[in-house]
Design a protein around this ligand. Sequence first.
Ligand code: ASP
Length: 612
Amino acid sequence: MYRTHTCGELRAANIGQSVTLAGWVQTVRKFGSITFVDLRDRYGLTQLLFGEELNKELADNPLGREFVLQVKGEVSERTAKNPQLATGDIELKVVSFKILNKSATPPFTIQDDTDGGDDLRMKYRYLDLRRQAVKKNLELRYAVNRAARNYLHENNFMDLETPFLIKSTPEGARDFVVPSRMNPGQFYALPQSPQTFKQLLMVSGYDRYYQIVKCFRDEDLRADRQPEFTQIDCEMSFVEQEDILTMFEGMVRHIFKAVKNIDYTEKIQRMTWEEAMWQYGNDKPDIRFGMKILNLKSAFTIGGEKPANGGLINGAGFGVFDDAETVLAICAPGCSEYTRKQTDELTEWVKRPQIGMKGLVYIKYNTDGSLKSSVDKFYSEEKLKAIAEAAGARKGDLILLLAGKEERTRKATSELRLEMGKRLGFRKDNEFKLLWVLDFPLFEYAEEENRWVARHHPFTSPKPSDIEVMIRNNPVIEDADKYLEHPYNHIKANAYDMVLNGNEIGGGSIRIFQRELQEKMFAALGMSQEESLHKFGFLLGAFEYGAPPHGGIAFGFDRLCSILGGSESIRDFIAFPKNNSGRDVMLDAPSTIDDKQLTELSIQLNVKGENA
Ligand code: ASP
């Protein structure tokens, strides 16, 4: 037997017992004639005490960091107890030891505060995984996994696997493809999600399906995206939107309770997509704090003061605002005392390329009721006060204003709101706020192609009241400049997203289940009949054989774990993640394959790849 106990198990109650432990040497400390070793395994750390009598043996068999060691000894009370450590009351007085395996000197210290940089830790991920901090994250991941499975099982969901070697499923990203040796010139695609399969399972009558499943999307890399990631993927038959919302609110509440011991009993807020966009500037608002976005364009331009230098009738001569498509503001509470340095720094912040604004205007609504702004030249104090009050500002607030083109300005204001929320401590890791965003638009306009694309995916149904609009109108956009006026722009989808602390953690929809409407949808997306049959003939065919009404949702499992773990990075919650350029630096993948393999696959390259 290699061990009688784990390294996290022994307590004062075990004092006097003879035990055997096995684990990794974390540290070796020599004090005169005695040696202390911290022995680590998955469960914790135990202090070992090697007495003088073992010195010769230690000298013959020196211990090093990360050696795998087996020790036999007696549990004894520690003189200097360590309350930080679960096993801190005891130590093991070693009687004999055996080195089970040696270790090269690890490239970084395997401790919470490691000295290893990101790249190094990724290259030696198997060592990084030994660290307590990483282990905790993977344990949390497993707890979320278990809680989701338990809940879904209790609710009659069946875990059914779906294939990975498939034909394209459109989720808006590029497919990863796999060449087929036996079918030269043909390729499988890896699923961007099991979307069409879960719908087929509904047609087959498995009315509650789930799977905790890998999805593959070849997207341009954005921070904290992984080309392969995990979803809790679910589908139900004979349901309306409300049934889905209720079922999965239940799942998330269950996960909160099981993983974090949080009773999330409050009602989960709901908001339409339009409200989210207007009030928060994005479709996944962080509602842990207010600071809603206000449109002050009319407040600034209508009835503006006529400035000394002439200026515009319908404005104040401040071109940045007068000529802007929109002027948006947030009120940062208690920030009127920001110094010049602080406002300058914020201005630099909005000018960063990621935010892309030309400048920032501020109005300080001082606690004494006076007002001071960066545009005092153009607006009287009275006017500023009226604007501040129109914006709902209170004494002590700092009003931050951005102006420009609608879409970009709204996005930037949303970013600024989140940044200020962070700086002001309104975005606490240990506070959780769930939100449903509903009524998304069904279509999005793709400028480069001058056509409609599905905002969610092409299997999402329109709101029943909009079906007629979709059927009756021609999808063709005659005048690209006027796409906003096209009736398709107003069609709402039976789609919903669950948002947690400003992150989309899940999204889904009620599906189309009639062949005719599905064909109409494909046509609306600019697909010819031939193309839709080639790509989705199997689904259209299945809809001919009694497809039930159905709908579903998928949760981003990695993201959910990272939020519950209080981290911004999903990588920390994946055992073997890729780096930000999509590489596995440990395996050194992707890499070239040899000519023989290429020949077998009937593939000729027109670039000669080189292994990194
Ligand atoms: N397949 C969708 C996605 O991956 C989720 C769903 O509609 O159920 O986003």
